[in-house]
Design a protein around this ligand. Structure first.
Ligand SMILES: *Cc1c(COP(=O)(O)O)cnc(C)c1O
Length: 386
């Protein structure tokens, strides 16, 4: 066994970043950042130049996602993890139901379970490598799941749960559909009208940096947050909504092309460039086709080559943005990953919590399909030579 192996230059991908987040940032994004920095970085985020970029990001997202009438885009610091707490503070009225099928779906459910002012959430759980949507449940005012479970590479459908169009018994309004799009947004098809809240951080398909969240909000979601926050103001003993977790404050800032507190301006430049790149190339139809092509390369390889197989058994649920591949137990995947890293190919390890002999390959829009092919050839080369 060897830990030192040089992969022939001609086999290597042009870019070796295949992480599931943070993910590859394109060269053109960096060129724009280095060209624009002097008029933007180190200047006020409350003045026209930066506000102009925030406005451009919102317009670009509206175009990319074909934002339905009445929906609005909010943003704030803290990433999707912060948004989970915000959703508990401002969107879940009393009780939520969750589809739980991996680490990220579980983390949001845990947030709700730990919020002292919410009732115990109803959890619909399925084994890793599968998904389950929450079922219609009495007294539930928010249904939550993830479009793409990044820890396992499972894609779940996004559609309103049957039977929820009318208000549940005892509730003044119908339940909200709150979907985590963090590793799907920009890579996997979505009909935003099937959600009330679709949120994500941009360090996955948007090839930017983390630390910020974006959310597309339906009129019902905006109304829900406003009602909950108003009620909390009157009765602070029941529920405390800190400013940082106020969705209404985030939205009001977004309407003025700002954020509640100071954002990373460099990240806005990266994000804006990526959105324009996606839209200029043909929008979501183009990027989803590109990701599905890259994902197929990985899954076809995994079905063809004897020492690997797709982790997700149901082909329909295999993610088109994060492909998870089990490696035969006879082969130590950590050794493959170590050799790949020495050769400049990084971040293809499985999710740490899953503890499997697994490769996990981010095939977001920024990743060139031909680089995915090169990666697979490199893995074959390493396995043949180690
Ligand atoms: C990465 C990820 C998160 C966490 O995002 P942060 O920006 O690190 O908070 C949440 N949900 C999903 C599905 C993710 O892939």
């Amino acid at each position: 066994m060897t830990n030192n192996l040089t992969i022939p230059e001609k086999l290597l991908p042009e870019d070796g970043r295949f992480g599931s987040g943070p993910s590859k940032i394109r060269h053109d994004q960096m060129t724009e950042l280095s060209g624009e920095w002097k008029t933007l970085l180190g200047t006020s985020h409350r003045q026209a130049p930066v506000k102009h970029i925030v406005s451009s990001i919102k317009d670009g997202l509206s175009e990319l996602f074909n934002l339905p009438d009445g929906y609005e885009i909010a943003l704030g610091n803290g990433g999707s993890t912060a948004f989970w707490d915000m959703a508990c503070a401002c969107l879940i009225n009393r009780k939520a139901a969750f589809g739980v099928y991996g680490s990220f779906t579980k983390k949001f459910a845990d947030c709700a379970a730990n919020a002292p002012f919410l009732e115990e959430p109803v959890i619909y759980e399925s084994p890793v490598g599968t998904y389950t949507l929450p079922k219609p449940t009495e007294g539930v005012d928010a249904y939550c799941w993830a479009h793409n479970e990044t820890s396992t590479g499972v894609n779940a459908p996004v559609r309103r749960i049957e039977g929820l169009q009318t208000a549940p018994e005892g509730l003044p309004e119908s339940a909200l559909t709150i979907v985590d799009g963090t590793s799907a947004a920009g890579a996997i098809e979505i009909d935003i009208s099937q959600t009330d809240v679709y949120y994500f951080s941009p360090q996955k398909a948007f090839g930017s940096e983390g630390g910020i969240w974006f959310a597309m909000l339906s009129p019902a979601a905006i109304e829900r947050a406003s009602q909950i926050e108003e009620a909390a103001k009157l009765d602070g003993a029941t529920r405390w909504v800190p400013s940082f977790l106020s969705l209404t404050k985030a939205l009001n800032n977004s309407r003025k092309d700002q954020t509640l507190n100071t954002p990373s301006i460099g990240n806005f430049i990266l994000m804006n460039n990526q959105i324009q790149w996606l839209n200029d190339n043909g929008g979501l139809a183009w990027s989803t086709a590109r990701c599905s092509k890259s994902a197929s390369l990985v899954y076809d390889w995994a079905e063809r080559v004897p020492y690997v197989q797709p982790f997700v058994k149901d082909a329909e649920s295999r993610s088109h943005s994060v492909a998870t591949i089990d490696v035969d137990d006879m082969i130590n995947v950590d050794q493959i990953i170590g050799i790949l890293r020495q050769n400049g190919i990084v971040d293809v390890s499985g999710y740490r919590g899953l503890h499997r002999n697994q490769l996990r390959i981010g095939v977001f829009p920024s990743v060139e399909p031909r680089d995915v092919e090169a990666l697979l050839n490199c893995v074959d080369y390493v396995v043949a030579h180690m």
